[in-house]
Design a protein around this ligand. Structure first.
Ligand SMILES: [Mn+2]
Length: 287
């Protein structure tokens, strides 16, 4: 796969940061954090909100940045090559900040597992690791991993979610027949909301099960907390005495997890940040 060669070749990477991005960097004062975590960017797919991520990278900086997996979607790229300039610009910006002094730790996920073979190596200022332990400013130890390590345990629950989905589609199909019959019999319409709710409940169960399993594993490993990605659901919550953090994704949510210089953790919703900035601009122009 040529794109991997292109990205992984050290000499090419050194040249790459000297080239210019298609979308020029915005010269604005960047909000600085001690640490930034992003994951599930899915570069190489149409689902990736590349322009929002470019905006994020141009407005935020940090001492350390963790890329918590599924940054590049190798599965999808293998099927269909899709690599617009904006996706190249994200790789350029990440490598550029490594060159400017940000410590970058890349923890490949299941969609970019081809980079796992490079664990322990450094490419263009980026350290590739299977997992990491991050120490916060207030002295807490956080395990950082993508989260697909728990897919095998989650499998039974995934089947539950799938069955919930199948049951929903069956209910939709059955509903039209049932209601045709009920109309003929002069009976009122039979609501499907119960079944729809059931389906939502299953996905909520799936997410909370993942969070519990990940937190439990972190607790067993003696750390204070865990940062994961993988399920595209940003979260900060405490589970059985373990701090559970999920940095979300850049396909559905467009979120990042950040650590302030005092160790305080926060989720940034970048679509909301951009909307707030734009409405502030409109107000300023109107004034
Ligand atoms: Mn994943």
């Amino acid at each position: 796969m040529t794109y991997i060669r292109k990205l992984a070749d050290v000499a090419d990477l050194a040249d790459f940061v000297h080239s210019r991005p298609a979308i020029p960097e915005r010269i604005v004062e960047r909000q600085r954090y001690r640490t930034v975590w992003i994951s599930d960017v899915h570069l190489g797919t149409r689902g990736c909100n590349a322009h929002l991520l470019i905006d994020f990278l141009d407005h935020v900086d940090s001492d350390t940045m963790y890329l918590v997996g599924d940054i590049i979607d190798g599965w999808r790229l293998k099927k269909k090559f899709y690599w617009p300039d904006a996706h190249n610009d994200i790789v350029w910006r990440i490598l550029k900040r490594a060159k400017r002094g940000t410590r970058i730790v890349y923890i490949p996920g299941n969609h970019d597992e081809m980079f796992r073979q490079f664990s322990g190596l450094h490419f263009g200022g980026v350290t590739i690791k299977r997992q990491a332990v991050h120490e916060t400013a207030d002295g807490r130890r956080l395990l950082v991993l993508h989260g697909d390590e728990f897919d095998a345990i989650m499998l039974s629950h995934r089947w539950l979610a799938y069955l919930g989905d199948a049951a929903y589609h069956f209910a939709m199909w059955a509903n039209s027949w049932v209601n045709a019959y009920r109309r003929r019999m002069g009976l009122p319409y039979w609501s499907l909301s119960k079944h729809a709710k059931h389906r939502v409940k299953k996905s909520v169960e799936f997410i909370s099960k993942f969070e519990e399993i990940v937190a439990h594993e972190a607790g067993a490993r003696g750390v204070d907390g865990v940062v994961a990605g993988h399920i595209h659901t940003a979260e900060i919550r405490e589970i059985a005495g373990v701090a559970y953090y999920n940095d979300g994704d850049w396909v559905e949510g467009c979120t990042a997890l950040v650590e302030h210089f005092d160790g305080r953790m926060e989720l940034l919703d970048w679509a909301a940040e951009v909307a707030a900035r734009e409405s502030a601009t409109v107000v300023a122009l109107a004034a």
